[in-house]
Write a protein that binds this ligand. Structure first.
Ligand code: ATP
Length: 387
């Protein structure tokens, strides 16, 4: 593979017991995460959970109060940002306004070059070797520009670009140095939906080719699912769960993680209500969720809209929960049907085919079933002081 030479240089990242306080707030509370060389990990979590603080701490832009950060086998605590061999792309990209895109892209390599030479001689005084290195820089600029589809913009200055175009130049400038560790803080946030998708795919392909170990902060769980080897989910400064997209999707550790990964909706019904309804009558089998009998369960049964179905009320062949339709919303080829449990008024959402929407007018009584192998039982959450 083209990127093998670089992949060999990719550093593992080890975050060990890192804590960072701002007054009473622990922005990071004993955070430990390990990345393999070349791994792409996303950090997701609600606003204020500490994602940016974590990235800034790794980059050396933020002091930490406790713990250690190892890049490769080097403990970087106390090292300046420039000494950490890390490339950082923020949501707010900073390009040199007086330089063209070409110059912006070349800038990190030129700086390396100049510091190697010790000073900046005029072109006529360059040795043949230095000339070859300049030609190599030009080739690398062209290559990264082609990969990010910004070739036609190379002679423009940042003010002559759209936000999305500037963002791509900023990504290119970070990638061109082929860093060992790549830190991205919501780098796609300013792009519109279509450009965000293509830029995301390009970013992923580039990361694979370059092989840089990457930590990617996003609040968009679908984005994280699409491109990560693994995802770390944070709440209030702590890491709740680390796993592959598939592991997190199937086996979230708690209700918070399940809700965060089931946006916009996760259905939640009191376990006793579900057990009572599904087990009425002597002939009913014991309701089981993932093999666990529901009969004595306390807590919350949770499942996604796509794992639920609605049926006419007369259809009593298999047990279901009695609901009443509230309204339906088109969502492309699917539709979302909003219903309420007739027992206790709990709101739920069922994903249906949009052709079926007229079958479920508001007020229609129905039965809702859900896939017991795709549901979970979680303990009741702690009472939310803000609720
Ligand atoms: P968002 O998704 O909104 O960007 P985040 O997950 O990146 O949020 P951080 O920016 O890391 O969250 O902030 C974590 C916590 O630390 C928040 O409560 C924030 O208010 C607090 N915090 C961050 N930086 C500072 C600072 N310089 N001074 C005081 N508090 C701060």
């Amino acid at each position: 593979r083209a990127g093998d030479a670089v992949a060999d240089r990719a550093a593992a990242l080890s975050i060990r017991g890192v804590t960072r306080r701002f007054g009473d707030v622990a922005a990071l509370d004993d955070v430990s995460i390990d990345l393999e060389p070349g791994e792409f990990m996303s950090i997701i979590g609600p606003s204020g959970c500490g994602k940016s603080t974590l990235l800034r701490s790794i980059a050396g832009l933020e002091e930490i109060d406790a713990g250690h950060i190892l890049i490769g086998d080097r403990d970087v605590r106390g090292l300046r940002p420039s000494e950490r061999e890390v490339a950082f792309v923020f949501q707010s990209y900073a390009l040199y306004p007086h330089m063209t895109c070409r110059q912006n892209l070349a800038a990190p390599l030129m700086m390396q070059e100049l510091s190697a030479l010790g000073r900046a001689p005029g072109l006529h005084r360059l040795s043949p070797r230095a000339r070859r290195r300049r030609a190599d820089i030009a080739r690398r600029v062209d290559r990264i520009a082609a990969q990010l589809q910004i070739e036609t913009l190379l002679d423009r200055r940042p003010l002559q670009l759209s936000g999305g175009q500037r963002q791509r130049v900023a990504l290119g400038r970070a990638l061109i140095r082929e860093p060992k560790l790549f830190l991205l803080d919501e780098p796609l946030a300013n792009l519109d939906a279509a450009l965000r998708n293509t830029t995301r795919a390009e970013l992923h392909a580039l990361q694979r080719r370059v092989g840089a170990t990457t930590l990617f902060v996003t609040h968009d769980q679908a984005e994280a699912m699409a491109i990560s080897d693994r995802i770390a989910v944070m709440f209030a400064g702590r890491v709740r769960q680390v796993g592959t997209p598939d592991e997190l999707y199937r086996n979230p550790v708690d209700l918070d993680v399940a809700r965060f990964l089931s946006q916009p909706w996760l259905n939640r019904i009191d376990a006793a209500t579900v057990a009572r309804r599904l087990e009425r009558g002597p002939a009913r089998p014991v309701a089981r969720i993932r093999g666990e009998a529901l009969r004595d369960a306390t807590g919350v049964v949770a499942f996604r809209p796509e794992h639920a179905t609605v049926h006419p009320e007369e259809d009593r062949a298999t047990p279901g929960l009695r609901v009443e339709v509230e309204r339906a919303e088109h969502a492309g080829s699917d539709a979302n049907l909003f219903v309420r449990l007739r027992d206790d008024g709990t709101p739920c959402v069922v994903r249906i085919a949009s052709e079926g929407i007229d079958d479920w007018p508001p007020g229609r009584p129905a039965l809702m079933r859900f896939d017991m192998d795709a549901a979970w039982v979680f303990p009741h959450p702690d009472p939310d002081p803000d609720a």
